[in-house]
Design a protein around this ligand. Sequence first.
Ligand code: IVH
Length: 720
Amino acid sequence: MIIFNNEGSLLLKFTYNLYLCRLIDMEKNQAKKRIEALSEELRTHNRNYYVLNAPVISDYEYDMLMKELQTLEKEYPEFKDSNSPTVMVGSEYTGENGDKTGEARVGSFFRRERHLFPMLSLSNTYNAQELYSFDQRIRKSVGEDRKFSYICELKFDGTAISLTYRNGKLERAVTRGDGEVGDNVINNIIGIKSVRKDISRKLMEKLGRIPELMEIRGEIYMPYDAFDRLNIEKEKEEEPLFANPRNAAAGSLKLQDPEIVKERGLEMTLYQIASEEEISDTHEKNLELLRYCGLPVSEYTSRCDDINRVMEYISMWDKKRSELHFPTDGMVIKINEIPLQEELGFTAKSPRWAVAYKFQAERALTKLVSIDYQVGRTGAITPVANLEPVLLSGTTVKRASLHNADQIRLLDIHMGDFLYVEKGGEIIPKITGVEISMRDNNAERPVFPDTCPDCGTPLVKPEGEARHYCPNRTGCPTQIKASFEHFVSRKAMNINAGESTIAKLYEKGFIRKLSDLYRLTENELLQLESWKEKSARNFLDSIEKSKKRPFSSVLYALGIRHIGETTAKVLTREFGNIDRLSGAAREDLLAVDEIGEILADSIMEYFSNVKNLEVIKELREYGLTFAEESANAVSGNGPLSGKNVVISGAFSIPREEMKNLIETNGGKIQSSVNSKTDIFVIGEKCGPAKIAKARDLGKEPVSEEELYSLIKNNNSHEQR
Ligand code: IVH
């Protein structure tokens, strides 16, 4: 009540109200700013996760930011953006391709297709309390007396996939994308052993009918052993490693070469059927049906009649999960009864009938004892932390890579620090932080060496690269031995020699440059400790055989910095032989989609070194293969013979068929237009930037129909 005869009190009240309004305004202002900042931050994290496959924060941290945004938006709906990360599913970005490993792939390679039903996400819980709240919410919504059960499943840590079966036949395999539209990666999926192309007979047997359209959803994941193998190879090649099996699975699925995908050892598990038609009345029966159809379904699922049983099952897996041979990041809890699922429905982002329970990443604290600086094959120096042994996810961790000088600086590591080591789904332990409160007052920052720890040559740090290198490629013993180990390796020259043979040959002074291998004599080999005639002859035989290795393997074997197996294949496809490659201008290299500046510079640098040219000349004289033998090309007389062809966009026939057609008519597929391109065929949705770039190079695009008539006309010319 305002007392009019008391001016002071009135003024006070007025001032107080003004103050309150100001406070509310300030709060509103702050809330608006915070909503904007959070939205921006979450968008960046979405991009890191969905587009780059390189998240920089944990799922937990992400969820906390998301929760804060949701709460603020509820309180201040006037500031909620219609494109807020709270309403977007997955990535807003269509270019899912690419990850930080920079593996060869092209944005428009896959056909983008719309899911029949949106691919949603799951809301996360992190502790028993949150899980009990989920259960209570459901009970409240459906009525306390309603009987239902839960199905608990492992949450596979891979990348989501949706298989469309039309009349029981596999029609496409589409990635999540933005939840509405994804990439059809069917050609890469076919290489996965457990994929079934036709389940019509089994569906008929079990259901007595074949549903017209079914989307069967699941996860493509990479088991730990395959992940290890892949990263060991990448490490050898000094290519960036995959941070975890999830990124490796997502990255591999987007490769352009199904053969390479096949070698990656991906696996699949299926856990959901989406269809307009009723398939069965419980989730459990749906899983049984998938199993019956010969499709892969996890054996680690359990029906639980109440939330306490669910919690017990989760606790059991939380302890046992380290025994699994594949990565999991939690459990998924789903209501079993489909009619109840339908009643509960979905929010904009996730089903109300299911929830994820996320396991905590395993973390340990241990002391940094010392840092080794290792020299790699291409001279890259990697700092490796020697740690006081600590038990983590069932293995003892003693060493962990610190990657490069920037990483040490970023984490602000001091000698003797206590470091946090994590193994959250990752096989290679990761140093995630420092416990500063335990730092010794006198602790000093590590000093990154300025000379090579092996040969003493001053180190260099190329611009734009995070690593230091020893530039003494032809004189640094570690680099020389490592370059031989790489040269003889299975995917390179496949010569029967291990690390110790190379070391012995090096110590004796028999090998210094790669071509020395081809002039080794039996006499020299017999001088090696414990070598007999038979081993010497076997070794020489395998050296002889290596001369038949294809050009792409030889190119890879040369050990050009950053040129891994995939890039060697790309270069072979684009340039065909060593002369064209060594003579290519930087622009020609950059014109290849998969070749960026770092790769182009590395190739230019390699071929500008006379010592390398000398080795190539000698290897050539010894009879190694330095030109591609095209298997597909119609030996020189097809209608497209000698023509370099680039295809871009979507065609009336699948891309692989289109490529085959061109190759069987003598054409050579290039991945992007450059000065050597003869025919640039464009289909639907070919990006205007590509067309403009081609025109700049004087290459006028032709349509799919024009290509067909070109083949037809040239064929009939030849027949006449
Ligand atoms: S059910 C409506 N079951 O986790 C979403 N998802 O974080 C239904 N995932 O998008 C998904 N294992 O990619 C389901 N047993 C499982 C799963 C699983 C892994 C993935 C899936 C999903 C993501 C949510």
